[in-house]
Design a protein around this ligand. Structure first.
Ligand code: NI
Length: 174
């Protein structure tokens, strides 16, 4: 399972709805849960591993920072997710396993309400803020072929053009 890098067509496509949660899909999800921390990510969308389906996983490990601030662990797979509501706005730094080495501040809604199906086929609803809201919005964008760099102000984006071209060239082995 390889992570697809900027320039790969699969990252620009709208992913297909999942119609059935079968064994093959369950294996894919298991592999994604393994790949995500291996690659030092906290979220991974199926198109990033070359599978154009509406699935992403979020895996945040419980941790405590130097100031003693705790981050709660979270693990979930989102199948056919739909963001029903988003509120507020906040800025946070983002990176993406498919756009290695580039980290930029992105503005997005602060709180989201999302409907999704879990691995057992249950339809669930969740409201998220903070880091989880951020990861979920980022991963959900992948299902629509949207990368975080397209959310940057034009001036910022233009400054990244050369590095993006290098990623693209590296990807195609030129
Ligand atoms: Ni990403």
């Amino acid at each position: 399972m390889d992570i697809r890098i900027y320039g790969d067509e699969v990252l620009n496509k709208r992913a297909e709805e999942v119609l059935e949660i079968d064994d093959e899909l369950k294996l894919l999800v298991e592999d994604m849960f393994k790949k995500c921390p291996e690659a030092n990510g906290i979220g991974l969308a199926a198109p990033q591993v070359g599978i154009s389906r509406r699935i992403f996983v979020v895996l945040v490990r419980e941790s405590t920072d130097d100031e003693g601030k705790k981050t709660k662990g979270f693990k979930e797979v989102f199948i056919n997710p739909v963001i029903l509501k988003s509120e507020g706005a906040c800025k946070m730094e983002e990176g993406c396993l498919s756009v290695p080495g580039i980290y930029e501040i992105v503005e997005r809604p602060e709180t989201i309400k999302i409907e999704y199906t879990n691995i057992s086929g249950d339809k669930l609803m969740g409201t998220f803020d903070g880091l989880l809201s951020r990861v979920i919005q980022h991963e959900n964008d992948h299902l629509d072929g949207i990368l975080f760099i397209s959310k940057l102000p034009k001036l910022k984006f233009d400054l990244l053009k050369k590095r993006l071209k290098n990623l693209k060239d590296r990807k195609s082995g030129r």
